[in-house]
Design a protein around this ligand. Structure first.
Ligand code: GLV
Length: 315
C-alpha cells in the first residue's frame, strides 16, 4: 500500500501525543509529519484540511469506538506508542479496516527494572522511609526502625508470564527468589527456566510471597485480583502491579492492606488514571510510581524506532 496523504511518497502522519525530542525528530525524518499543538489533538486533526495516512499516539489519547468512527476518512493506520492496547477499541479499528501497530519487545527491560524497584520499595518500606527523612522526623538509627523484609529466599508469583514477566523472573532469581507463574497454559521448559506452573490465580497466590500482576488488561483479567482472590493470600503477601490498574479491585486491595493481611503493595498503574484511589494515599505500606514502567530513554527510543519501522514496512 502506498502513501496517499502526501505528494512526496512519504506517509502523512498526524502525531497526537508528545514524544521526547529524539523520537520527535525521528518521526519528522521518516514521515511527512504534523505534530499536534494543543491538548485536544483529535479536534485539531478533525479541523485539519490535510489528508493523513496514520496517527501516532499513546496512552494519553484514548481511541474508543466513538473516536475511531469520527477519524477523518484518509486514516488507514493507528500507531500506538505503547505495548498495551487497552486504550484502543480493536474491534472498531478492525471493522473500519485500520491497521494497528504497537511496541512489543522493546520496553521489557525497563518495565522489569521498575517491577524490581516497586518490589523493593514495598518490601523495604520506602514510602515511610522517604516521608521520615523529607519531613525531618528521623531521630537516628534504632534497632526497631523501618524493619522490612528481604526478597531473597521468598517466592515470586507472576500472574501473566509473558516477555515482561520472564524478564522480571530473571532479575528476581538473581535476588535468590524462587519463581512461580500462572498462565492459561504452561510455558515451554526453555521459557519457564525453572519457574513452577500454577494453573489458577488462586493456587499462585496461595504459594507466593510476592504477587506480580503482569498480564494484559482484557475482558478476562479485569477485576481478577479481587477480594475472593486475595482471600487465598499468604499472610504478609506483597502485591506489585506493573500491568494495568483495572486488573486489581482497589477496594479489595486497600481493605487487605489496611487490615494487615498484606504486607504492602508496589503500584505503577491505577484504575482510571490519573485518578488514584484515595485509600492508597493514606496507606504508608503502598509504594507508588505514576505509570513510569517504560519511562527510560532506552525504552522510549526503542518504542519510537519499532513504530517507525513498522509503519515504513507497512506503507
Ligand atoms: C505502558 O503501559 C504501555 O502499554 O506501553
Amino acid at each position: 500500500m502506498s502513501a496517499r496523504g502526501s505528494s512526496n511518497g512519504r506517509l502523512a502522519v498526524f502525531v497526537a501525543s508528545r514524544f521526547i525530542e529524539p523520537v520527535r525528530r525521528a518521526i519528522a525524518e521518516a514521515f511527512d509529519a504534523v505534530f499536534a499543538e494543543t491538548s485536544e489533538p483529535l479536534a485539531e486533526l478533525a479541523r485539519s484540511e490535510r489528508v493523513f495516512d496514520a496517527i501516532f499516539f499513546s496512552l494519553d489519547v484514548r481511541m474508543g469506538a466513538d473516536r475511531i468512527a469520527a477519524l477523518p476518512p484518509g486514516i488507514r493506520a493507528l500507531a500506538t506508542y505503547s505495548v498495551g492496547l487497552d486504550h484502543v477499541d480493536l474491534e472498531a479499528a478492525r471493522s473500519r479496516g485500520l491497521a494497528v501497530f504497537n511496541t512489543p519487545g522493546v520496553l521489557g527491560d525497563s518495565v522489569a527494572e521498575n517491577a524490581i524497584f516497586l518490589m523493593l520499595g514495598a518490601a523495604r518500606r520506602a514510602t515511610e522511609a522517604i516521608g521520615m527523612l523529607r519531613e525531618g522526623r528521623w531521630t537516628g538509627w534504632m534497632p526497631d526502625q523501618l524493619v522490612g523484609v528481604q526478597l531473597g529466599g521468598r517466592t515470586l508469583g507472576i500472574l501473566g508470564m509473558g516477555d515482561i514477566g520472564r524478564r522480571v523472573a530473571a532479575r528476581a532469581r538473581a535476588f535468590g527468589m524462587s519463581i512461580l507463574y500462572c498462565n492459561r497454559r504452561p510455558l515451554s521448559e526453555a521459557d519457564a527456566a525453572g519457574a513452577g506452573y500454577r494453573p489458577t490465580p488462586e493456587a499462585l497466590v496461595a504459594d507466593s510471597d510476592v504477587l506480580l500482576v503482569a498480564c494484559p488488561s482484557t475482558s478476562e483479567t479485569r477485576g481478577l485480583v479481587d477480594e475472593a482472590l486475595l482471600a487465598h493470600a499468604r499472610p504478609g503477601l506483597i502485591l506489585v502491579n506493573i500491568a494495568r490498574g483495572d486488573i486489581v479491585r482497589d477496594d479489595a486491595l486497600v481493605a487487605a492492606l489496611r487490615e494487615g493481611r498484606l504486607q504492602g503493595a508496589g503500584l505503577d498503574v491505577f484504575a482510571g488514571e490519573p485518578r488514584v484511589h484515595p485509600g492508597y494515599l493514606e496507606l504508608p505500606n503502598v509504594f507508588m510510581m505514576p505509570h513510569v514502567g517504560s519511562a527510560t530513554v532506552e525504552a522510549r527510543m526503542g518504542m519510537g524506532r519499532i513504530l517507525i519501522e513498522a509503519l515504513l514496512a507497512w506503507q
